[in-house]
Design a protein around this ligand. Structure first.
Ligand SMILES: [Zn+2]
Length: 63
């Protein structure tokens, strides 16, 4: 029997950030984030779940 090593790939679940408007820590489901084709591209605008203000997503960090 031939064997192959394999990689378990995790799907991102959600992102977290601190809202620059209300200063609260927020968590947003991955489905609500518009993922760019290339992660170095811009991630666009999201609305804060807490205060509803628009936030431009900046640099990301892998949690
Ligand atoms: Zn906010």
């Amino acid at each position: 029997m031939k064997q192959a090593d394999f990689t378990i790939v995790q799907r991102p679940a959600y992102i977290t950030f601190t809202c620059p408007h209300c200063g609260q820590d927020q968590r947003m489901d991955w489905d609500e984030v518009t993922e760019p084709e290339y992660w170095g591209d811009e991630w666009g605008i999201v609305n804060c779940p807490e205060c509803g203000e628009e936030i431009e997503l900046g640099e990301y960090d892998m949690g």
